[in-house]
Design a protein around this ligand. Structure first.
Ligand code: DX5
Ligand code: ZN
Length: 223
């Protein structure tokens, strides 16, 4: 199985009035990345934050920032997010008319480029683009909100994606409903980066929650 599983807390479920403290807490607990959900109230029925807030978070974060763009028009955000200090960006395949160009723009700006797939979007949409990406973000909920129930078909999708990727160096990330119960099976299926919001920030003890998640993931990874 793959090396150490990475845990990326999703700030969507954090206390928005105390984001710097929340970041410090999950970094102290060993977070590998910070997952930032940018939503436009159009592609998804929720609205979060944009580059100025991301820049403020980058100023206090010490781990890489992972931006997940749930917006109808991601292209205008790419440069602003690079300038803000983001290290990797996932765009939804459902939003990109010119996916190849968008991904090239992300890499040209010095970031890792990823494609996010909604639960109903097929892996075949990656066929022509695997050589141009650094990671795939498999959605195991419909995007827009934290705390939704895990969609179990994501497990099989990840297994199939693992086979499709073969020896290529492409990270499989999974987002939605990741908790100590689903983390093990997800890691065993081939997910290498687990994004978790409510499972971490829904707990009074962020450190304990993150450690529990990591243990469950590592057990699945070694199974
Ligand atoms: C949902 C977001 C997720 C969200 C996951 O659209 O992309 O990153 O924070 O939340 P949980 O882990 O609570 O399912
Ligand atoms: Zn996300």
């Amino acid at each position: 199985m793959s090396a150490r599983i990475r845990i990326a807390p999703s700030l969507l479920s954090a206390d928005f009035a105390r984001l710097a403290d929340e970041i410090a807490a999950v970094e102290a607990a060993g977070a590998d990345l910070l997952h930032l959900d940018l939503m436009d109230g159009h592609f998804v029925p929720n609205l979060t934050f944009g580059p100025p807030v991301v820049a403020a978070l980058a100023a206090v974060a010490t781990v890489p920032l992972d931006a997940h763009l749930m917006v109808t028009d991601p292209d205008p955000l790419v440069t602003a997010l690079a300038d803000a200090g983001v290290q990797r960006i996932a765009v939804h395949v459902e939003t990109c008319r010119h996916l190849h160009r968008t991904l090239a723009g992300i890499r040209d700006a010095g970031m890792e480029a990823g494609v996010a797939l909604n639960p109903a979007s097929p892996l075949t949409s990656l066929d022509e683009i695997l050589g141009n990406i650094d990671f795939v973000l498999i959605m195991s909920v419909n995007p827009g909100f934290g705390g939704q129930a895990f969609i179990p078909s994501a497990l099989n999708k990840i297994r199939r994606l693992r086979r499709l990727i073969g020896e290529q160096k492409i990270d499989i990330s999974v987002d939605g409903g990741v908790d100590p119960e689903t983390a093990g099976p997800l890691a065993a299926a081939g997910a290498a980066t687990l994004i978790a919001g409510s499972a971490i920030f829904g707990s009074d003890d962020r450190e304990r929650a993150l450690t529990e998640l990591r243990r469950a993931a590592q057990r699945g990874n070694e199974s």
